[in-house]
Ligand binder design. Structure first.
Ligand code: SF4
Ligand code: SF4
Length: 472
């Protein structure tokens, strides 16, 4: 059997199941959406099924994170939940991880079988216990991995959180928002259920906008053009709510003389499988992108500004889909940096005079390894670029990571703990915060609105487009 290699976060795809198991899982998810939990497959209660899945899916990297914790508490200060609620021990990463750790100990570790009271081992007994677990792993953690980076034992709490989410998702015990978005992505190939007609119409609309802006009728936004150097993939939010970001990219590609295309199918680089812990959804969505690149014989896959989309498509997706990477896969910010370095585009920084700070997305800096690349671009296109503190891999989450923006029931807690992010943003004194993630745009905008901060959220493509000079 082919051995699966973990991605940079240590995530390893779960083994694929049979068609009938898959159908049963989806039926169960549907039943939850209708407000009732039901037994899974052979009539096994959810709690028993949960333990069965746990035993079958445990991997070596998970086992290490489950057993290596020495409960030193050093991770507590990394977590914005705990920093905002320092008197609440249930907000510490170690408490959250312990909720699955105690089940592992009771079910799979000899200490928990022999002396469960000593190692605090226990197993879920009913749906109420599983719902409590759901509220911890979906509701009190944005899977930002800041605690992971700061654990001296290398415990990956976010990996445990995602693993637990995956087990609950399998049973259909998920927040309604996660269910809805996952269903849309399964059924339509994109997480916002954008129809093909809407997709193509929006691209044509943006093409006309760029033609008018550049006074150049030759501008194209090509779809399904074979043998291009760049296959551009986007976040459905760009079609639905922010089509200007597609126009910015089209304008820059045109000026750079890029041979590029979007695919007609496989254009959604976002991936709710990362948030729900469902590796099969992850494989399906990332696989659509890889298949589009192969079908069109694209030279490279370029991912628009999206944190979890970048991590999923660039890193984890190849593992989930059990595919080797055959085309280089990069963020559009890397592409922009290359255009600047090669002189394919020229910019005038004086067109961006408002002070700009940069918010590193967790999935890009901490889990995706892109830290310097956006800074190199921003220093060339802005007059006043200033760092926030902390930054880079140590930056705080926008608070909307881990799919939390889709989970309305956890919004009050999310905004309460966002106080940490609000203080960090305010301290920069910048008028704009730039982020290379559409999810962070919404997360930060929510924080800025809630805490009444005088700051606008922008993206790298916005700033580069504004600074872009006409070709010589
Ligand atoms: S997860 Fe790491 S930092 Fe946190 S308590 Fe355990 S060993 Fe200490
Ligand atoms: S992953 Fe982030 S939100 Fe979750 S426990 Fe760790 S630091 Fe807190």
């Amino acid at each position: 059997m082919r051995r699966r290699k973990p991605g940079p976060s240590g995530i390893v795809a779960a083994p694929l199941e049979t068609k009938s198991q898959d159908n049963a899982r989806r039926d169960n998810i549907a039943s939850v959406a209708q407000g009732r939990l039901k037994t899974y497959e052979t009539g096994a209660p959810n709690a028993r099924r949960f333990l069965d899945l746990l035993s079958r899916r445990i991997t070596r990297s998970l086992a290490v994170s489950l057993t290596a914790c020495v409960h030193c508490g050093m991770c507590a200060e990394s977590c914005h939940y705990f920093l905002a609620r320092p008197d609440d021990p249930t907000m510490t990463p170690v408490y959250k991880a312990d909720q699955i750790r105690r089940v592992f100990k009771r079910h799979l570790d000899w200490t928990g079988r022999v002396v469960p009271w000593w190692v605090k081992a226990s197993a879920p007994e009913n749906d109420e216990d599983l719902n409590r677990l759901k509220n911890v792993v979906f509701g009190a953690c944005s899977a930002c991995r800041r605690c992971t980076l700061n654990c001296p034992m290398g415990v990956d709490t976010a990996l445990l959180v995602r693993f637990t989410r995956g087990l609950l998702t399998e049973l259909g015990i998920v927040p309604e928002g996660v269910f809805n978005v996952s269903r849309d992505q399964w059924e339509t190939g994109n997480q916002m259920a954008v129809s093909e007609a809407d997709y193509l119409e929006t691209l044509e609309w943006m093409r006309d906008e760029v033609r008018a802006e550049l006074a150049d009728p030759t501008v194209e936004i090509p779809v399904d053009r074979p043998d291009c150097d760049v296959l551009y993939t986007i976040n459905p939010r760009e079609i639905k709510f922010d089509p200007r970001s597609i126009a910015h990219a089209a304008k820059i590609f045109h000026v750079a003389g890029e041979k590029w295309t979007l695919p007609k199918w496989g254009w959604d680089q976002t991936n709710f499988g990362l948030f729900s812990g469902d590796d099969r959804l992850g494989a399906f969505v990332a696989g659509n992108v890889y298949e589009a690149a192969a079908r069109l014989r694209a030279g490279r896959i370029v991912i628009s500004e999206c944190g979890h989309g970048y991590r999923s498509t660039r890193w984890e997706g190849y593992d989930w889909a059990s595919r080797d990477q055959t085309a280089p896969t990069e963020s559009v910010v890397v592409t922009l940096g290359r255009y600047l370095a090669e002189g394919r585009i020229r910019v005038d920084a004086s067109r961006n005079p408002v002070p700009v700070t940069f918010h590193d997305s967790c999935n890009i800096a901490r889990s995706g390894d892109l830290v310097e690349e956006p800074r190199r671009v921003l220093r060339q296109v802005c007059l006043d670029f200033r760092e926030m503190t902390p930054n880079g891999r140590e930056n705080f989450c926008c608070t909307g990571g881990g799919g939390l923006l889709s989970m309305a029931e956890y919004r009050p807690l999310r905004l309460e703990v966002a106080r940490i992010k609000a203080d960090q943003l305010r301290a920069t004194g910048a008028g704009q915060v730039c982020t290379m993630c559409h999810n962070c745009v919404d997360g930060l905008a929510d924080v800025i609105r809630h805490y009444k901060i005088d700051m606008k959220v922008v993206q790298v493509l916005d700033l580069v487009s504004r600074a872009l000079m006409a070709p010589r």
